[in-house]
Write a protein that binds this ligand. Structure first.
Ligand SMILES: Cc1cc2nc3c(=O)[nH]c(=O)nc-3n(C[C@H](O)[C@H](O)[C@H](O)COP(=O)(O)OP(=O)(O)OC[C@H]3O[C@@H](n4cnc5c(N)ncnc54)[C@H](O)[C@@H]3O)c2cc1C
Length: 449
């Protein structure tokens, strides 16, 4: 039975135990603030975690990080080991490995003029987006497919990927470290469980299955109504997102269908590789067509290994994502089967024996994914018009710190989410400390009189 509280007092309430909420909570608790995290689901991690489907464990979504996140977690005292695997992309008939192997480097060295044209084009002021770059400066088919991978990663049409946003991924100011892939040993759920454990070891309180229904400002802070009772706190952090402050014309990126495979342990995943992308020729144009709401015959997708600590001899699992046409949210049984077949067929060429090794497979449409987890399978929740500056994490009008990818540091990825949690907490700690010292000085002054 869950205990419903009458009224609980905390220095800080954090709504949501995703990456941003957990990071903020650790920072706050570490600074000595009595902090509680309220999470509506029965596990922590938000989009970063695992779930069980018909007896098999799969990764939900977020799985691949930059080395900056690893550094941040280490700084917070979260004990997790990381690996630094590569990624492998099949672009039409070409195989491209990242970091580049000798054969990958040779493919690009063999196209010096095309590569030079693309690099010069990317520096021009008139080239704002990947779409501009493709249309004006990239005609080589391999390079076009390679550029498409960048749009793929954020599930957008290349016309909706600003070059300035790509540069921010590698900006030293944010230290996202996406030039070096980082994946947690034991999988993403293990990582977020270690974050929760660190928070609790510092004395923080974590309440699962606790839905926040709403909050209002009180004289000295906030009153938060939840399914487990009422909470009061001076500071409030919310993972809901500040999307209401985005311009009306901003829209979401593309949604993806998710595919899940459990495989016989005799099948081997390529050594040293985490993500495998299979892109048919013309993926950039296929993304544009999907964005217009047209179904595409090009079936490009990526999969990644779950990296879970499964018992020896048990099947291991992979998760994959395939973007769907804008507005298409459901799939009938025939469409799901055809999708799994097409992906299985392609993966057979990458991992010979794949089809025979499949012990379980399932596809979830965007609507099914959202109904099951409460998150839309959207890597880009909002594409704001060019020039729109993301609102700050602290909203002075409501007094709320907004966490995650809607506010604060740029980027729609885990690195930005974690950084939003850290920066919000640091801002609040500074504010809270100066306010606490003003309060104590005032109390001292009153006492002296
Ligand atoms: C399919 C997919 C794959 C992705 N893969 C990657 C990747 O590989 N690498 C990468 O860097 N980024 C990836 N991303 C982006 C990444 O997942 C997000 O940037 C990150 O997870 C955001 O973290 P968050 O804590 O802000 O939000 P969330 O993960 O959404 O967490 C919010 C939390 O708040 C809880 N919550 C919400 N409302 C309430 C309420 N009313 N009461 C209580 N609790 C509530 C939710 O249950 C959830 O636990 C991916 C995104 C998607 C959709």
């Amino acid at each position: 039975m869950t205990l419903v509280r009458e009224r609980s007092l905390f220095d800080a309430v954090v709504v949501g135990a995703g990456l941003s909420g957990l990071t903020a909570a650790i920072c706050l608790q570490k600074s000595g603030m009595r902090t509680v995290v309220l999470e509506r689901r029965s596990s922590v991690g938000g989009l970063c975690g695992t779930f069980e489907l018909d007896g098999h464990r799969f990764v939900l979504g977020c799985n691949d990080f930059g080395a900056g996140l690893e550094r941040t977690l280490r700084g917070l005292g979260v004990e997790v080991d990381f690996m630094h695997p590569g990624a492998r992309f099949y672009l039409g008939e070409h195989r491209v490995d990242l970091p580049p192997t000798a054969s990958t480097a040779m493919k690009f060295f063999a196209r010096p003029l095309s590569v030079a044209r693309a690099l010069i084009g990317a520096k021009k002021d008139t080239v704002r987006s990947l779409g501009d770059l493709l249309d004006g400066h990239v005609s080589d088919p391999l390079l076009r497919d390679f550029v498409a991978v960048l749009a793929w990663a954020v599930l957008r049409s290349p016309d909706d990927v600003e070059l300035s946003a790509l540069k921010e991924l590698f900006d030293k100011r944010w230290d996202y470290g996406y030039d070096r892939a980082s994946t947690p040993v034991g999988g993403p759920q293990h990582m977020v469980d270690r974050m929760a454990a660190r928070f609790q070891a510092l004395g923080g309180e974590l309440l699962l299955d606790c839905v926040c229904h709403g909050h209002e400002r009180a004289r000295d802070g906030h009153v938060i109504e939840t399914s487990l009772g009422t909470f009061e706190s001076e500071l409030l952090f919310s993972s809901h997102g500040r999307w209401n402050d985005y311009p009306a014309q901003s829209r979401a990126g593309l949604e993806a269908a998710a595919v899940f495979f459990a495989l016989d342990p005799s099948l081997r995943y390529p050594e040293g590789v985490h993500t495998i992308g299979c892109f048919e020729r013309g993926t950039a144009d296929a993304l544009r067509a999907l964005d217009r709401g047209e179904r595409s015959s090009v079936c490009s997708f990526h999969v990644f290994r779950s990296d879970l600590a499964e018992p020896a001899g048990a099947p291991w699992t992979i998760t994959g994502f395939v973007p769907v046409a804008r507005g298409v949210r459901t799939m009938d049984e025939g469409e799901s089967r055809a999708l799994l077949e097409a992906i299985g067929h392609r993966l057979e060429r990458v991992m010979p024996g794949f089809s025979q090794a499949v012990r379980y497979q399932r596809a979830l449409s965007p609507a099914e994914y959202e109904a099951r987890f409460g998150f839309a399978p959207l890597a880009s929740p909002r594409i704001a018009p060019e020039g729109f500056a993301r609102p700050p994490t602290f909203d002075a009008a409501s007094g709320v710190y907004w966490l995650g990818n809607s506010a604060g540091p740029p980027g729609d990825h885990a690195g930005a989410a974690v950084l939003s949690g850290r920066l919000a907490a640091e801002h609040a700690i500074e504010h809270h400390t100066s306010r606490a010292s003003v309060d104590s000085r005032m109390a001292e002054t009153q006492h002296a009189h």
